[in-house]
Design a protein around this ligand. Structure first.
Ligand code: PRP
Ligand code: URA
Length: 209
């Protein structure tokens, strides 16, 4: 499980506690999902390359470090992944955004793909796939597969709550992909929902239930 990072930062855990509560409304839920994504982004970008450059401050010369190296992309898995995009872009504003549309068939729990639109140079970018829920792992594994088919080499998966089943599936299917999450919950229920989880992330972000 060395590729799996669980954020135990108090701010992230506090915000997670709020969105888990069943009484939290759509506005607050959506805002906090964005805030958690931003806090997770801060740490998941720790290994970005920097280069030293000489600049002048109003007072004198300084050697500073700036980001260098590969360009970035954020790819939400529709729909719920959309809730994490703005938080990511708050910290990496020049990242391009691709979209992968997948929904889980409620009977089979298998992912069904319905949309894919990626930046044309996606294979040159380091990609952060975002989706709040990693349940069976079928959707995330399929999204990672699409991106690899398009030539992407460096991928990270950012989710808020993961189930052991999803972590197992993704790390077995894609051992090269790092997984970041705010919590690893106990299990899935018979309908493939994470327990205790937070319910249906897409419905809670968009108010569709
Ligand atoms: C949810 C969630 C993930 C997927 C996780 O999406 O946002 O994409 O389920 O489940 P899995 O790990 O078992 O594949 P859903 O299919 O409910 O679609 P939505 O985002 O449009 O609500
Ligand atoms: N998708 C969700 O939105 N929630 C779950 O618990 C599982 C899949």
């Amino acid at each position: 499980m060395s590729n799996v990072h669980i954020f135990d930062h108090p701010l992230i855990q506090h915000k997670l506690a709020i969105i888990r509560r069943k009484e939290t409304g759509v506005k607050e839920f959506r805002e906090i999902v964005g805030e958690i994504a931003m806090l997770m982004c801060y740490d998941a970008t720790r290994d970005l390359n920097t280069v030293e450059v000489e600049i002048e401050t109003p007072v004198g010369k300084a050697t500073v470090r700036e980001l260098s190296g590969k360009k970035l992309a954020v790819v939400p898995i529709l729909r719920a992944g959309l809730g994490m995009v703005d938080g990511m872009l708050a910290l990496i504003p020049s990242a391009k955004v691709g979209h992968v549309g997948l929904y889980r068939d409620p009977e089979t729990l298998e992912p069904v793909d319905y949309y894919c639109k990626l930046p044309p140079d996606i294979e040159e970018r380091d990609v952060f796939i975002v989706d709040p829920m990693l349940a069976t792992g079928g959707s995330a594994s399929a999204a990672i597969g699409f991106l690899k088919q398009r030539g992407v080499k460096n991928l990270k998966l950012m989710c808020i709550i993961a189930a052991p089943e999803g972590v197992k599936r993704v790390t077995e299917d894609h051992p090269d992909v790092e997984v970041f999450c705010a919590a690893l919950d106990k299990q899935l229920n018979d309908h493939g929902y994470i327990v205790p989880g937070l319910g249906d992330a897409g419905d809670r972000i968009f108010g569709t239930k």
